[in-house]
Design a protein around this ligand. Structure first.
Ligand code: B12
Ligand code: SF4
Length: 507
């Protein structure tokens, strides 16, 4: 790959979300979880404001096939992407990916190089995870952007010299850079995130996303809200790709909601912040604005609320503003593990507020994990027992085996606890519901036992749990089709009706 010292100013930019959602859920269905690619939509809206002459297009690589059942046949999927390259003739192809989808990034970069001479730029969490190594893994890659992309990508597109743009990694033949890849200093993240334009919803097909499932497994016109960047906590298993934490104001978030509602007919808003409720005052103000405007919207806290800082007032006012979906990230019911991973959740407070939320008849998810370094069967068992003290099981049966993504502190903790380094790397390629391999303190058999016990007591093999989840879903407006589609993906097999679902749970 010839090194470049700068890019020619670009006229056409193709942005690609490189993912393989079938791999994620480990199955092929005519509908999958697909979420509008927010990072790329932010890049496009920012860059086109600064460079109005540049034309942008956004595609998601695993949504290219009109018929998802043919996804395993490589050529039709490749053909559609090649057709886009030929028709659009991009000068730049910007690809977002995460560590889990390295193979998909490789596939897309290979296709671009074979069928176009566009400059290939990568961004997203995968860059922070792999840094210079990404250039070995993806030989076609020319430039990569570390962290926040709006300003850096705009500078790149306008043709500034590469050494002058903070936040870049790029191939160079200056003979100085190690491995032929230069790394510029990190950029300063935008301080005022209220000034970022609303993501470019006009560049995606909201109907196509509605045919897929949202982050909350329903078929809606999806509005994705990122109301803050970064997290105030530092859990060792979590991949931190923003540096500090920055919050948008309640007024700014409300304006986005109103705009998406009025201009795009969006009524369902999925909040993907790391911890939305990190500032309670801001959250309550947002709820007040929505209520005062009489906006009929539904809010889904799909990603994470920290339970021990959530109050009853937060829950009540969120529901008044339209919240129907609360996800509490608990991880472990053992204080020892809470300390080890530096989450330090107050489990007693967490239990109280989760129970309170469950009594309000909204969807409540409690995400937990097992397989932490040094975690024994007894410690893992404590999480299951902790869950049993809640009034209801988690609506989504989310008890995951910990994965180790490159760049997370927990990898060091695992190595210190005697884990095999090759094994750690392997786990980052597994789907969340692939069966785990065992750890020095938790055998593979123990892990199977934990999974089975979880599903028997709280999850997919428990008819009462499934029945209660179905009732809640119906009460918050899910159609039976949505419920059946959701469970087909969760169970990795097509379910035909709700009755079959409950019967199947008992078998
Ligand atoms: C929504 C979400 C999901 C959704 C949708 C997937 C998606 N679109 O990413 C769902 C639920 C499906 C999901 C699943 C998973 N996710 Co997820 N997810 C997120 C979450 C919460 C928000 C993503 C987002 O929209 N961020 C906001 C946008 C604005 O940020 P961004 O995409 O990073 O984009 C900015 C920059 O990165 C950069 N940029 C991005 N792309 C590009 C491209 C170019 C060319 C340039 C120049 C710049 C650039 O500019 C953007 C604007 O500043 C993040 C956490 C987070 N805070 O980001 C985790 C996160 C991305 N997920 C993660 C993981 C691990 C997963 C799973 C593998 C989990 C699992 N074990 O099952 C699965 C994989 C499936 C999948 N398709 O992603 C990790 C990735 C870690 C890593 N090292 O790669 C993250 C970072 C969470 C974490 N802290 O650990 N996820
Ligand atoms: S796991 Fe959640 S609380 Fe912990 S650092 Fe990551 S986003 Fe923050």
């Amino acid at each position: 790959m010839p090194a470049r010292s700068k890019m020619k100013p670009a006229a056409r930019v193709l942005l690609v979300e490189a993912n393989n959602m079938g791999k994620w859920v480990g199955t092929t269905m005519p509908y999958e979880v697909h979420i509008p690619p927010l990072g790329l939509m932010y890049l496009a809206s920012y860059a086109r404001k600064a460079l109005p002459g540049v034309e942008f297009r956004i595609v998601e690589s695993s949504l290219l096939s009109p018929d998802l059942s043919s996804r395993d046949v490589d050529s039709p999927r490749d053909d559609r992407f090649i057709r886009i390259l030929n028709e659009f003739q991009p000068d730049v192809v910007g690809i977002r990916s995460i560590a889990f989808f390295l193979e998909e990034l490789q596939r897309i970069a290979g296709l671009v190089r074979a069928h176009s001479d566009a400059t290939i730029v990568a961004g997203g969490p995968i860059v922070q995870a792999y840094k210079c190594r990404l250039f070995q893994e993806v030989p076609e890659l020319e430039i990569a952007v570390k962290g926040e992309g709006e300003r850096v990508f705009t500078d790149l597109l306008s043709g500034l010299p590469l050494p002058a743009i903070a936040g870049l990694l790029y191939r160079t033949d200056d003979g100085v850079a190690e491995d032929g890849v230069a790394e510029n200093e990190d950029q300063l993240e935008a301080a005022d995130i209220d000034s970022l334009p609303v993501p470019a919803y006009d560049l995606i097909d909201l109907d196509q996303y509605q045919r897929q499932l949202s982050y909350a497994y329903n078929h809606r016109r999806q509005g994705i809200l990122l109301t803050s960047r970064g997290c105030a906590y530092h859990c060792t298993f979590c991949f931190t790709h923003w540096k500090g934490i920055r919050l948008r104001s309640a007024a700014n978030i409300f304006e986005e909601i109103r705009q998406l509602h009025d201009q795009h007919g969006i009524e369902d808003f999925y909040v993907v912040d790391d911890i939305f409720n990190v500032n309670a005052k801001r959250a309550l103000k947002l709820f007040d604005l929505i209520v005062a405007a009489g906006l009929k919207v539904r809010l889904y806290f799909v990603n994470g609320l920290r339970a021990d800082i959530t109050s009853e007032e937060f829950v009540d006012r969120a529901i008044e503003a339209g919240a129907v979906w609360f996800t509490y990230a608990v991880e472990s019911g053992a204080d020892e593990i809470q300390r080890l991973v530096e989450k330090r959740l107050d489990l007693e407070k967490a239990r109280r507020i989760i129970a309170y939320t469950q009594r309000q008849n909204v969807a409540v998810n409690v995400s937990t994990m097992y397989g932490f370094p040094t975690e024994t069967r007894e410690l893992a068992q404590r999480t299951l027992d902790w869950l049993s003290e809640l009034p209801k099981p988690s609506l989504l049966p989310y008890h995951f085996c910990l994965r180790f993504f490159p760049g997370c502190e927990v990898n060091q903790q695992a190595l210190e606890a005697g884990w095999d380094p090759g094994r750690l790397e392997l786990t980052s390629r597994f789907s969340y519901n692939d069966m785990p391999m065992g750890t020095p303190t938790l055998s593979k058999q123990d892990m199977y036992g934990i999974q089975l016990e979880y599903h028997r007591r709280f999850g997919l093999s428990n008819p009462a749990a499934v029945d209660s989840a179905v009732r809640t879903l119906r009460s918050i407006g899910y159609s039976d089709t949505e419920i059946v589609h959701m469970y087909s993906v969760l169970k990795r097999k097509v379910i035909h009706n709700v009755g079959d679902l409950i019967t199947a749970a008992g078998n």
